[in-house]
Design a binder for this molecule. Structure first.
Ligand code: BG6
Length: 463
């Protein structure tokens, strides 16, 4: 096996706004659902300061330039641009991201912008959030505003981060459980909003390219029992394909439709939806990948609560359809997430075979409790090992014919994890703070920083 990546392979690193920026009320920013969501653990850091990337962006981008990345995936906080989700534009918000983009370009780093990453403006949540069609209109207006503001400089765009995980793990990510019928109306609205983003990007951004950004975890059947295979079929559909089939084929997936019928969920379409669905498509697929999942057909309703309690673990159950189980062949990380590098190759092949679109990995990485030594070092061989194993499988997938054009792991700098605060770190760059003590938020380069730097320089996995 060759260790070299194709010429022009795009090396990047990723973050999101609310997990890094902090400055949650500065310069006219409105509140978002991430600022207000009920938290079941107040011992962990919130997003008010995060890694203070809002004030450290120059230093952070300078460090990314030293790392050698060619692209930087970040999200725009919608509530900085429109503090109330719609209405008056906030000029300071526009200016902030203009500065970030300029700084990237000054260092020859291409910005790759996610339009929205879990942080819906609270003002829109107050009118029903994604259940209300008005949120689609507000998103359309927001997308149009940022494409017009930045489209001459930014060519890579991503739509809405992981709508699948957001809806399936609603309680953890949004702080509230969405009733099932509402959940799939939200699905429809999120996917229609995405269609508007495809359309507007192609109309307004010269040479612009845009992709959906779901979290894809291939689902395995626990055994060769036919009913376990059915369970995997349904969960694959509900978790993965329903979203991408909508984005890439413009239709509701049949297995998903059956799932909705059995759940007695019906979706309200607006007059323009059919046309939007069937005429606007992505240029590539951005995929976030951490793990795979394994399910069986549930046989015992006792001791199981419905839903998913953690997006990446086996703790899921949908009575009548599927129930997550531990895969005995795979190891787990410190936070109980299953690690499956070979599953990445299979996932990439499945995705490419199904959609025939170029793919970029926009998240992949290892959350761990890193230690800063007295000498200012962070020894994180476990992260290097995780990324190395996954990149080997990327090479295998490329060799097997998959058009994988880039890798932008999670995360560029340490950020506040969705459920585990700052103790669960993902970055190549350490941000010195604890859950409670902000310290100076000084940046340190981890061992993985130097490893990834070498990889980018040589375009091959260091031995
Ligand atoms: C992805 C999200 O699903 O998982 C990120 O897009 C998130 O925002 C990442 O940080 C890791 O999850 P967690 O819970 O460890 O932060």
């Amino acid at each position: 096996m060759s260790h070299k990546f194709p010429k022009n392979f795009l090396w990047g690193a990723s973050i999101s706004a609310h997990q890094t920026e902090g400055a949650y009320k500065s310069d006219g920013k409105g509140l978002t659902v991430q600022d207000t969501r009920p938290r079941d653990n107040h011992e962990i850091a919130d997003f008010t300061v995060a890694s203070d990337h809002y004030h450290h962006y120059k230093e952070d981008i300078q460090l990314l330039a030293e790392l050698g990345v060619q692209s930087f995936r970040f999200s725009i906080s919608w509530a900085r641009i429109f503090p109330s989700g719609s209405g008056e534009v906030n000029p300071s918000g526009i200016e902030h991201y203009q500065n970030v983009i300029d700084e990237c370009l000054r260092h020859n780093i291409q910005p790759m912008i996610t339009l929205n990453h879990f942080d819906l403006p609270q003002a829109l949540e107050d009118i029903g959030g994604w259940s209300n069609r008005e949120t689609v209109n507000a998103f359309k207006n927001y997308a149009e505003t940022v494409f017009k503001a930045y489209g001459s400089q930014v060519k890579y765009w991503l739509t809405i981060n992981e709508p699948n995980v957001m809806l399936l793990v609603d309680k953890k990510i949004l702080g509230k459980q969405i009733p099932l019928k509402e959940k799939y109306q939200q699905f429809h609205h999120l996917m229609i909003a995405e269609k508007y983003a495809f359309k507007l990007c192609h109309e307004l951004v010269e040479n612009g390219q845009i992709g959906p950004v779901p979290n894809i975890s291939l689902v395995y059947p626990a055994t060769s029992k036919p009913l376990d295979n059915q369970a995997a079929l349904y969960f694959n559909s509900v978790r993965n394909w329903a979203y991408l089939d909508f984005s890439c084929f413009g239709r509701y997936n049949t297995v998903f439709k059956d799932y909705l019928n059995q759940k007695e969920v019906s979706i309200t379409f607006a007059a323009e939806d059919k046309n939007l669905m069937e005429n606007h498509f992505p240029d590539f697929i951005a995929m976030n990948f951490y793990t795979t999942m394994t399910v069986e057909k549930p046989t015992d309703k006792n001791n199981m609560s419905e839903g998913i309690s953690d997006q990446q673990s086996e703790d899921i159950m949908d009575w009548g359809f599927y129930k997550g189980v531990t895969n005995p062949y795979l190891k787990k990380n410190q936070f109980n997430w299953t690690i499956d590098p070979e599953g990445l190759k299979t996932t990439l092949q499945t995705l490419y075979d199904r959609y025939h679109l170029p793919i970029i990995i926009t998240e992949n990485g290892l959350g761990a409790k890193d230690q800063l030594t007295e000498e200012g070092k962070i020894h994180d061989p476990y992260r290097i090992d995780y990324i190395k194993q996954h990149l080997e499988q990327c090479l295998n997938a490329i060799e097997a014919g998959v058009d994988l054009f880039g890798y932008s792991p999670w995360s560029a700098i340490d950020l506040i994890s969705v459920h585990e605060g700052i103790s669960k770190r993902y970055g190549f760059i350490y941000a010195d703070r604890t859950e409670k003590d902000l310290k100076q938020l000084k940046r340190y380069k981890k061992d993985s920083f130097f490893w990834y730097q070498k990889l980018i320089q040589t375009n091959e996995i260091p031995l």
